[in-house]
Design a protein around this ligand. Structure first.
Ligand code: ZN
Length: 396
């Protein structure tokens, strides 16, 4: 055992020294591990078990669901190493049907403060019966562990002091990157997510300090994405995804895997009503792809979904206390007052008006803000003067 350990250590050190100048050495190291594990019965095809077992669950460093027996499976996926030398392990569940079929990937926890998204994926997995399924559903619950531990959007990376890294800007990652979260993304993308997805859904909520409607980010010009998006009983679809480079959704679509990003309202809490709507939509998507059978539930048509390719942010011009005058999903006219702001003395220092006619998609919940803070985002269908496409005024 200790010999194996020393061998692994040497390989790791050699690989580390050579990583920047010769990434191929890393690949050779990985191949050697694969060869060692090949003696294990389940390590066929693309699946690589490391030999470790954590809390009764086997650890893998690569997954190909085609290698698995029908039924339910739970694993830990070995991500990037943290400062103690332990890996960041990611929780993976697979429900493989008795019959072959499409492979659907469900992910959550790319941001660490978006709890209803995690629970939605859990609820879908609970509801599945592999014996009655055709195809496979793979669930990954906690992609950015360090962010989840802090109930925070970003991963506190210890590279140069603490850098806060947004995991949804680093896809498809890079296994040899000079930054742990990007390596983590590369390991997951190459060895866990991409190889097991014909279609994918990456669940989110809005960010801390905000609240939102039930909506999707989805490219509605992509027929397969649009078909899936409309099967959720959501309030709204924000059909512009272009400014969000490096999102998991966009990078999956870029390699030919139709994907969308549902957004389940508030961060930090479990919202049962919101979760139920998105579980229903996900089950509809599984029915669409023939993975499960049964009548369709409520869809976007039933919910009166509002689809828009434009979003206008209202951004604070001052710091201070903000009173919002509009609710989520409320329709507003161009020029309508939507917020007032006070300074520390209670003096009225600013009034904000909607730049467009549209519908409120998200609004701030924290009462205070600095100058330059998005207070709300308003979806609209015609060209307007303040289009959020120009910058990331509204993080997903
Ligand atoms: Zn998010």
């Amino acid at each position: 055992m200790s010999d194996d350990h020393d061998l692994e250590r040497r390989e790791f050190i050699v690989a580390s020294l050579a990583a920047v100048s010769a990434p191929v050495v890393l690949a050779a190291g990985a191949a050697a591990v694969s060869a060692q594990e090949a003696a294990q019965p389940a390590a066929t095809g693309g699946t690589v078990f490391t030999g470790d077992v954590i809390q009764g669950k086997r650890v893998l460093s690569a997954l190909d669901v085609n290698d698995l027996e029908p039924g339910r499976h739970q694993f830990y996926f070995e991500g990037v190493q943290g400062i103690t030398g332990q890996h960041r392990y990611v929780s993976v569940a697979v429900a493989k049907g008795a019959q072959p079929g499409r492979r659907v990937l469900l992910t959550s926890g790319v941001h660490g403060d978006e709890m209803s998204s995690v629970r939605t994926v859990q609820r879908v997995m609970e509801a599945l019966d592999p014996a009655a399924m055709s195809g496979t559903v793979t669930a990954v619950f906690d992609i950015s562990g360090p962010a989840l531990e802090g109930m925070a959007r970003r991963w506190p990376n210890s590279g140069r002091g603490v850098d806060l890294i947004d995991m949804n800007r680093v896809w498809p990652g890079d296994e040899n990157a000079p930054e742990a979260p990007r390596r983590h993304a590369g390991l997951l993308f190459n060895r866990l997510l991409r190889p097991n997805a014909d279609v994918a859904i990456d669940f989110h909520t809005v960010s801390s300090g905000m609240d939102g409607t039930a909506f999707h980010f989805a490219d509605m010009s992509h027929p397969e994405v649009a078909e899936m998006a409309m099967l959720f009983p959501v309030d709204q679809i924000f059909a512009d995804t272009e400014p969000y480079a490096g999102t998991l959704m966009n990078e999956l679509v870029a390699v030919g895997i139709p994907a969308l990003t549902p957004e389940l309202g508030k961060p930090r809490v479990l919202d049962p009503e919101m979760i139920s709507r998105f579980v229903e939509g996900t089950m509809n998507v599984l029915k669409l792809h023939g993975v499960i059978q049964g009548p369709m539930g409520r869809t976007g048509h039933d919910a009166g979904v509002f689809v828009a390719v434009h979003g206008a942010p209202v951004i604070s011009t001052h710091g201070g206390f903000v009173e919002l005058l509009v609710e989520l999903r409320e329709k507003v006219e161009a020029g309508q007052a939507v917020a007032v702001q006070y300074d520390a003395f209670g003096e009225r220092i600013a009034e904000y008006a909607s730049p467009v006619a549209g519908e409120i998609m998200a609004r701030r919940t924290d009462a205070t803000c600095e100058a330059g803070t998005p207070l709300m985002l308003i979806l609209f269908t015609t060209e307007g003067p303040a289009d959020a496409e120009e910058e990331e005024a509204f993080p997903e």
